[in-house]
Design a protein around this ligand. Structure first.
Ligand code: PGA
Length: 263
């Protein structure tokens, strides 16, 4: 894997309730992230907080991202936020195709439009894919393969250097999660994702793509995913709203990456 850093992104969802809490949590995360050379930390707050938090950024180790974007640059689209506006607010990353957005009706075609628009604007994209449930006949593998293929339709090979793919099985996400996925579950899907990428873009792209895991990650299971799940990062929901807890995940990722590099 060509990556020299783990990509650890926090998805704050629709929390916290106030800007002052957001700033306080971000300050704590930033302080830890600044000490970790082997981790690229990304915090994705609700969009109303993006500009305030990017003003607090110093250095490259901790960046701010958005949780969604629109596929047009501008226009009469009430309530939407364009990638141009995100870039102007100094967001560097954007999560696209999160299962909670897909559950609100976002289609594969819309995800594709958003990926294209965000990459065109120079944002780094964290594309989320993942099945609702695991069936015994393996239908979920076709479902994930289709999500990857359609999200990347029309995306050039060059643009892929700004993309990471997060595997987030829906049954493992949030308060009502059945359980976190296991490391073997994650290995299986990351191989599948690389196979799809290899068919679309060739082996070098497939092997170079950062694959992340997300779904009930915390400071107790992060190491297992990073070491045994063979992923290059994590997308963390609930645990990213707690600066000390998220900080421990960042430190774990730093240790794991450091030991990979030394091998
Ligand atoms: P969780 O959320 O870590 O709270 O399960 C993950 C996500 O939705 O990205």
């Amino acid at each position: 894997m060509k990556e020299k850093k783990m990509l650890i992104a926090g998805n704050w969802k629709m929390y916290p309730g106030t800007l002052s809490e957001a700033k306080k949590t971000f300050e704590g995360i930033k302080r830890t992230a600044a000490k970790l050379p082997y981790v690229q930390t990304v915090v994705c707050p609700p969009s109303v907080y993006i500009r305030d938090l990017t003003r607090m950024v110093s250095g490259h180790r901790c960046a701010v991202g958005a949780q969604n974007t629109f596929w047009e640059k501008e226009g009469a689209f009430t309530g939407e936020i364009s990638p141009v506006q995100l870039a102007d607010a100094k967001a560097k990353y954007v999560i696209i195709g999160h299962s909670e957005r897909r559950a609100l009706g976002e289609t594969d075609e819309e995800v594709n439009g958003k990926v294209l628009a965000a990459l065109r604007q120079g944002l780094s994209v964290i594309l989320c894919v993942g099945e609702t449930e695991r069936d015994d006949d393996g239908t979920y593998t076709k479902f994930i393969a289709t999500q990857v293929e359609s999200a990347l339709s029309g995306v050039s090979k060059n643009a892929l250097s700004k993309l990471a793919i997060a595997y987030e099985p829906i049954w493992a996400i949030g308060k009502n999660a059945l359980r976190p996925a296991s490391a073997p579950d994650v290995v299986e899907v990351s191989i599948l994702i690389r196979k799809v990428l290899s068919d679309m873009y060739g082996n070098a792209v497939a092997m170079g793509m950062p694959v992340l895991y997300g779904g009930s990650v915390d400071d107790r299971n992060a190491r297992e995913f990073l070491e045994e799940g063979h992923v290059q990062g994590l997308l963390v929901g609930r645990a990213s709203l707690n600066a000390p807890l998220f900080g421990r995940i960042l430190e774990t990722a730093n240790e794991v990456m450091k030991s990979h590099i030394k091998k």
